[in-house]
Ligand binder design. Structure first.
Ligand SMILES: Nc1nc2c(c(=O)[nH]1)N(C=O)[C@@H](CNc1ccc(C(=O)N[C@@H](CCC(=O)O)C(=O)O)cc1)CN2
Ligand SMILES: Nc1ncnc2c1ncn2[C@@H]1O[C@H](COP(=O)(O)OP(=O)(O)OP(=O)(O)O)[C@@H](O)[C@H]1O
Length: 270
């Protein structure tokens, strides 16, 4: 299948124009797909809408491919990815982290093996997402047991705002100490750090707010690590981006860790 390119070159800044038109193959094991993307730093509504349209098309394509993935291959990849993380020095030395609660219906890389280790007595402190409203507002709340979670309207497990004793759960934005790592879900990624989410803007908004908070407190920024099936790592240039997309520092796929930023190279090699 060939997707038409959208030529909007004149409307883009020079930095964005460098990557305006790039062709790449998407997900070879499931057939040759070619697409052309535009990337956008522009504030022009039409430009941004064109990028959102491209993201939507790519999401549909990736979701279709994920649904076609063999369940036993998926389960092997789930184990491999989690084992790589559990054995990694940067993960072992972390004290506080944010992690997503994987949803199998969404074909997300499993996180339950990780969570069960993290939540062992004497383990790390973990904060997990809770969607507060449809305006891209998500909080990360502390949990101490998997049983703390309840399915929301999207069938994703989430922590209720208060614990079993009636105490408000700690929100990571109010915590006194920084998190070391943030484990991220997503539909597609590339080796330059681009991440395609599900389109709610929940993660990009949260990441921007947390990065601002960390900067204002002179904290080290958390390492943003995305968990990805091999097939979700696309060729560079395929994932369209806008100025609010927050790049990830590293990817973990069954093939290993892909460090991207200098922060990732520094943490992952020590
Ligand atoms: N496990 C997990 N938790 C998460 C997220 C996530 O991506 N994964 N989120 C990340 O933002 C937030 C919730 N946002 C979500 C956004 C969309 C859908 C969803 O089901 N989307 C459908 C399409 C729905 C539609 O188009 O109408 C889908 O992707 O198939 C789920 C969660 C917070 N918690
Ligand atoms: N920092 C932000 N502040 C306000 N709105 C934002 C921010 N980041 C993203 N958004 C908005 O969220 C909506 C969805 O953005 P986008 O399609 O990039 O989401 P996504 O990256 O797929 O989702 P997510 O971030 O949840 O993984 C857009 O309208 C975008 O402008």
């Amino acid at each position: 299948m060939f997707w038409q390119s959208v030529m909007m070159t004149q409307k883009y800044t020079i930095a964005a124009a460098k990557s305006v038109v790039v062709s790449a193959q998407l997900w070879r094991p499931y057939g040759l797909l070619r697409m052309t993307t535009i990337n956008c730093n522009s504030n022009n509504r039409d430009d941004v809408d064109a990028v959102f349209k491209q993201k939507k098309t790519l999401r549909t394509q990736v979701k279709k491919c994920l649904k076609a993935m063999d369940p036993s291959l998926r389960s092997q990849q789930d184990n491999a990815i989690q084992d790589i993380i559990l054995g990694a020095p940067w993960f072992k030395s972390s004290l506080r982290l944010c992690a997503y609660i994987s949803c199998s219906a969404l074909r997300e890389v499993d996180t339950f093996k990780l969570l069960s280790q993290i939540l062992q007595p004497g383990g790390k402190k973990v904060y997990v997402p809770r969607v507060e409203d449809k305006n891209s507002h998500m909080r990360m709340l502390n949990i101490s047991r998997i049983d703390d979670l309840i399915a929301n309207s999207m069938d994703i497990l989430e922590p209720p705002p208060v614990d079993a004793d009636g105490n408000a759960r700690e929100d990571v934005m109010q915590a006194n100490d920084p998190i070391d790592i943030l484990l991220l879900p997503g539909l597609a990624f590339d080796r330059s750090g681009r991440r395609l989410g599900r389109g709610g803007g929940y993660y990009d908004t949260f990441l921007k707010n947390y990065q601002d908070l960390a900067a204002s407190r002179n904290w080290k920024q958390p390492l943003l690590v995305a968990l990805s099936y091999s097939q979700q790592i696309l060729d560079e240039g395929v994932i369209p981006i806008t100025s609010t997309d927050v790049p990830v520092d590293a990817l973990v796929s069954p093939e290993g860790v892909v460090p991207i930023s200098s922060a990732a190279f520094n943490s992952i090699q020590c």
